[in-house]
Ligand binder design. Structure first.
Ligand code: OTU
Length: 634
């Protein structure tokens, strides 16, 4: 038996010479040399992952040949400016860890009209301080039922309602000039049912049929459904949908989103080609959609399987060869232990932090920081070379993804507590200020998630005078705990829920549309006016963003918990030990006192970076309702 190393060396020799033969004269010159050097460096990693997935197949070597040809095509067609940026990024691997990094996310049509309109918004993005812009998927998709772009009909074409592929390329260039990185989705778990692969599969093309999980009868679907959970039970029960011809197809999400079969190596190669095409449009970061679901095995939950990680690491290794500046952001909205497993320089360098997001909302409801403080102290540390993307709201629902085993340490029963949170956020709990809408309410399992904009969930919609402070409080944590804070655009001016989705039959069944409102120009017009909620939110956020970007303590991810001694006051230290910032945040609507003893090791007076006021702490410190302090421990 050859060792993996030896196999890998032999395979590399073979692949390299097969590729040179295939390319002929093209396998010369600077572009080729750069490619070949990176191939030599990263092939062992790529090989190890793929050998684990497909190594037993007789067609493994031809598969590698085809894959590396695809990689070469990607590199060869990579624009010169992106190659230059690759070199910069390879020399400056910390670029996304800076205190200046700030993300925004929006729908092209809802926020800007179309792709050209995004260019028009660049001055606003700069005013806000964005260095990262995630555009919700702008690719070609079915006209009505498209899951907000998450059902892709072609990865090579743009939704005509938004513009052309050239517009997208021009936008990427304009953003880069403005110092804003472009984030695009790589929706690689599924395609739309009208994608040409899916269409060919239905018509019986044997090569394409194996791109999906198609079954003639219910025997396999029934076997799988014994162990998989339902993701969008409102839309269809279980994980499969029936075709008009009677067959069944795997559809984790909507029935028009067909899961790709990565058991078939041709799917990996095809999707690698699509991935590199998206990278070459000028994306700096790919948001890896629905990572948890990309590998299935009978008898398991078909979520977070080891093979899913191997697949992503293989895509990652391929990028090091063909688009080396590109980063991956993991979108795993799962148990916190599982979220963590996607994060490493070899897998996803970035990850959403769904635990922090969910616990921000939890803390706002309970006024007790216990779970959030615990998460910061025990689940915040990341491997070197990786970062969290911290956020308050997104285009998706809020799912209560905290670990039951964490909660029980405070005597909190996970199931019961989620029931409480759902009632609280849909305003079915006494004293609730929230105006959320249930999402995928499942009476069978008791599961439910929450839709609603930040403003509507914090009480702005019902005119609660404390709502603005709640918006600022939540964002202050996302802005100060490290990594890349991400603003769901619209929230920075307090955009309320928009119930008009109920009038559109294609959207009415999906309450997430309630928090995907159109840009409201009137609110943006008020953003300098401190007499309005929009203005107070905007100015408060701008202040935090400014302070953050001028203080090195906010770079990176290092965080130490700080016991405030008060159940409603969150506390943590950011930055290096010689000059940290102490963050204190009061999650209750009442003044909260922290005792003198808590501050005994600190200087007697601490200046607050946000308000500029000095705070004497020798006698303890009282925070006002929902007050946030960023104290300079110089
Ligand atoms: C993602 O979310 C996207 O963010 C959604 O907008 C899409 O509808 C979906 O994929 C399909 O493309 O279930 O409620 O555990 O929770 O991937 C959102 C991860 C989702 C899933 C997540 C999915």
């Amino acid at each position: 038996m050859l060792t993996l190393d030896n196999q890998s060396r032999l395979a590399l020799t073979h692949v390299r010479s097969a590729l040179s033969r295939r390319l002929g004269a093209a396998a010369r010159g600077r572009a080729w040399e750069a490619f070949a050097a990176r191939l030599d460096q990263h092939f062992p990693r790529l090989f190890a992952e793929l050998a684990g997935l497909y190594g037993q197949r007789p067609d493994f070597v031809p598969f590698l040949d085809e894959l590396l040809f695809t990689a070469w095509q990607g590199w060869q067609s990579r624009p010169v400016d992106l190659r230059a940026q690759d070199a910069q990024r390879e020399a400056d691997t910390d670029w996304f860890q800076r205190e200046t990094m700030l993300g925004g996310v929006c729908y092209v049509d809802l926020f800007c009209g179309n792709l050209r309109g995004v260019i028009d918004q660049i001055p606003y993005f700069q005013e806000l301080g964005l260095t990262y812009l995630h555009l919700m998927p702008p690719f070609k998709c079915p006209p009505d039922h498209n899951d907000g772009g998450y059902a892709v009909s072609s990865y090579r074409e743009v939704n005509p309602a938004l513009g052309t592929i050239e517009d997208l390329r021009a936008l990427a260039v304009a953003l880069r000039k403005a110092g804003i990185s472009l984030v695009l989705d790589f929706i690689f778990n599924h395609t739309a049912d009208d994608h040409e692969w899916a269409q060919a599969a239905v018509k019986g093309d044997p090569a394409r049929r194996d791109f999906y999980y198609l079954f003639d009868d219910r025997s396999q679907p029934d076997a799988y459904e014994k162990t998989v959970r339902e993701i969008f039970p409102d839309e269809h029960p279980g994980a499969f949908s029936q075709l008009p011809d009677g067959r069944w197809v795997w559809t984790t999400f909507h029935s028009y989103q067909w899961d790709l079969n990565y058991g078939n190596p041709a799917v990996f190669t095809a999707m690698a080609g699509e991935m590199l095409a998206i990278a070459n449009l000028g994306a700096d970061i790919l948001r890896m959609d629905a990572v948890a679901f990309i590998w299935k095995r009978l008898g398991t939950s078909c979520e977070n399987l080891p093979e899913a990680h191997a697949l992503i690491r293989a895509f990652n290794a391929l990028c090091r060869i063909a688009a080396p500046g590109l980063l991956f952001k993991s979108e795993a909205i799962v148990h916190p232990d599982d979220v963590m497993k996607y994060i490493s320089p070899q897998e996803c360098q970035l990850s959403y932090n769904p635990l922090q997001m969910a616990l921000l909302w939890n803390t706002l409801a309970t006024r007790e920081v216990n779970l959030l403080q615990q998460a910061l102290q025990e689940r915040h540390t990341l491997p070197a070379g990786t970062a969290w993307v911290n956020y308050v709201r997104s285009h998706d629902d809020i799912g209560w993804t905290f670990a039951d085993e964490d909660a029980i340490r405070f005597g909190i029963n996970g199931f019961d507590h989620r029931q409480f949170l759902n009632r609280f956020y849909v305003n079915r709990f006494p004293g609730s200020f929230a105006r959320g809408v249930p999402f995928q309410d499942n009476p069978v399992t008791g599961d439910c998630r929450i839709s609603g904009t930040c403003a509507s969930l914090v009480g702005l919609e019902q005119g609660d005078p404390l709502a603005v402070q709640r918006v600022l409080l939540l964002h202050s944590v996302a802005l100060s705990t490290g990594g890349i804070p991400l603003i769901y655009l619209g929230d920075e001016v307090g955009t309320p829920n928009d119930h008009r989705y109920l009038d559109d039959p294609a959207q009415a069944g999906d309450s997430r549309w309630v928090h995907r409102p159109r840009r409201v120009p009137a609110l943006y017009a008020q953003r300098e006016d401190a007499g309005t909620p929009a203005g107070r939110i905007h100015q408060g956020l701008r202040r935090m963003i400014e302070v953050r970007r001028s203080h090195a303590a906010f770079a990176g991810n290092a965080l130490t918990g700080f016991g405030s001694g008060n159940a409603s006051v969150l506390g943590y230290l950011r930055g290096l030990p010689d000059r940290p910032v102490l963050v204190l945040a009061n999650f209750s609507e009442h003044p909260q006192h922290c005792d003198a003893a808590v501050f005994s090791a600190l200087p007697p007076v601490l200046p607050d970076l946000l308000q500029g006021a000095p705070h004497p702490v020798r006698g303890g410190l009282t925070l006002k309702p929902y007050e946030v302090l960023w104290l300079d421990v110089a």
